[in-house]
Design a protein around this ligand. Structure first.
Ligand SMILES: NC(=O)c1ccc[n+]([C@@H]2O[C@H](COP(=O)([O-])OP(=O)(O)OC[C@H]3O[C@@H](n4cnc5c(N)ncnc54)[C@H](OP(=O)(O)O)[C@@H]3O)[C@@H](O)[C@H]2O)c1
Length: 248
């Protein structure tokens, strides 16, 4: 049996696929998310899983949950900072402050809390692997991406910066920055409007959550002296839009 993989946002999409794949690879799993029914389903379907029903924005609850991990789940080898969301695609003028704050609190502060809670365990073990889910939106602007893209730019630079602080610890850090993937992401973005969410993927073969899980496993299986800094990927059907010029 390998050590433990801690996955935030394990109730759907990438997190769910990564949890299932790493379990197959022999890791024990800590699965974090807010939806208890999904967590309970997961714990029935994959063995050696500990669930944490928690809002990643709740700093105290998160630190408490990590402090009180069962003894057999304290050997955390892998942290997948995956919980995150985009809300809406309207411009900055139209988007509510509440939605903007939710993206910042989840994608930036939540990721920070889980990193701060878990890194000391890895540092003490002199080994570990942190995956941070960024996005192509962190590097490439598009209309309506304002705070979502900026939050993922944070993820990108944070991932690089902490590598400097972790030198000598043996801890590896990789940012995974995907483009269009079919998960519940668009359903969340469009607040349950399934039709609008489906339009995003119509006529496109998007990346799948399983593809992301494969990337995680491939990175882990690289020799320990190799750190992959960034994996940026897009669906083959997706390219850049080019620069826009507003004409009179
Ligand atoms: N799909 C894409 O096209 C795409 C592209 C690039 C990057 N990404 C990034 O990939 C990551 C995973 O997205 P996904 O595509 O798998 O979307 P998803 O299917 O909507 O999954 C998002 C996960 O995040 C969790 N989550 C959201 N807010 C949370 C909170 N406050 N506390 C705890 N957990 C929370 C959700 O769990 P609960 O709702 O149960 O809490 C869910 O498990 C995100 O960071 C996203 O920004 C996605």
């Amino acid at each position: 049996m390998k050590g433990t993989a801690f996955i935030t946002g394990a109730t759907s999409g990438f997190g769910d696929a990564i949890a299932r794949r790493l379990s197959k690879e022999g890791y024990k799993i800590i699965a974090l998310g807010r939806r208890r029914d999904r967590l309970e389903k997961l714990v029935k379907e994959i063995k050696n899983t500990h669930i944490i029903e928690c809002d990643i924005r709740d700093k105290d609850a998160l630190f408490e949950a990590v402090k009180n991990l069962p003894e057999s789940f304290k050997d955390i080898e892998i942290l997948v900072n995956n919980a995150g969301l985009a809300l809406g695609i309207d411009g900055i003028l139209q988007t509510s402050v509440d939605d903007l704050e939710t993206m910042i609190d989840t994608n930036i502060k939540g990721l920070l809390y889980s990193t701060k809670a878990v890194l000391p365990i890895m540092a003490a073990r002199k080994s570990g692997y942190v995956f941070n889910l960024g996005s192509t939106a962190g590097a490439w602007p598009y209309p309506g991406s304002h705070v979502y893209g900026a939050s993922k730019a944070f993820v990108k630079q944070f991932s690089r910066n902490i590598r400097n602080d972790l030198k000598g610890t043996g801890i590896r850090v990789t940012e995974i920055a995907p483009g269009i993937c079919k998960t519940e992401f668009s359903e969340v973005r469009f607040k349950g409007d399934i039709e609008r969410a489906n339009e995003v993927y119509a006529g496109v073969e998007p990346i799948t959550a399983q593809d992301i899980a494969t990337i995680v496993v491939n990175c882990i299986n690289m020799p320990k002296h190799v750190n992959i800094n960034i994996v940026e990927l897009m669906a083959t059907a997706q390219t850049w839009a080019g620069l826009h010029v507003e004409k009179n």
